[in-house]
Design a protein around this ligand. Sequence first.
Ligand code: ZN
Length: 152
Amino acid sequence: MMDLKDLYRDVILDHNRNPRNFGPLPAASASADGFNPLCGDRLKLHLRLVDDRIEDIRFEGQGCAISTASASLMTESVKGRTRAEALTVFERVHHLLTDDAAEAGDELGKLAALSGVREFPARVKCASLCWHTLVAALKDDAAPAPPAVSTE
Ligand code: ZN
């Protein structure tokens, strides 16, 4: 029988092998760079916000399996959410990663898989990199964005 740890590991492996929302986002209204010197993970996050809602989000960069899987899971999770909702998810995930007693509620969905990282304290920064980068990108968009220009 598959236990929760196997399930979590499978989610991480799946999102590392097939990252969702990976690539450039030409019509981005905000972006931010993240770097985790402990591991060498590099991440560039692009957002397109429309009426305070994350209409689209994509990421680029190169990092370890955990940083890639976390970024993939994050983009899936916050796409379609408002800025405030995304920040709430960030706080829940941050709590999940840093507090051993924290339990992933149902509302976190697949993000619960990130709790497996707590067993490897050195990797917590790999998992949290994309989330801190998300917060930076949301701040970057605090100024009204110019109208998107089609590159096609
Ligand atoms: Zn890493």
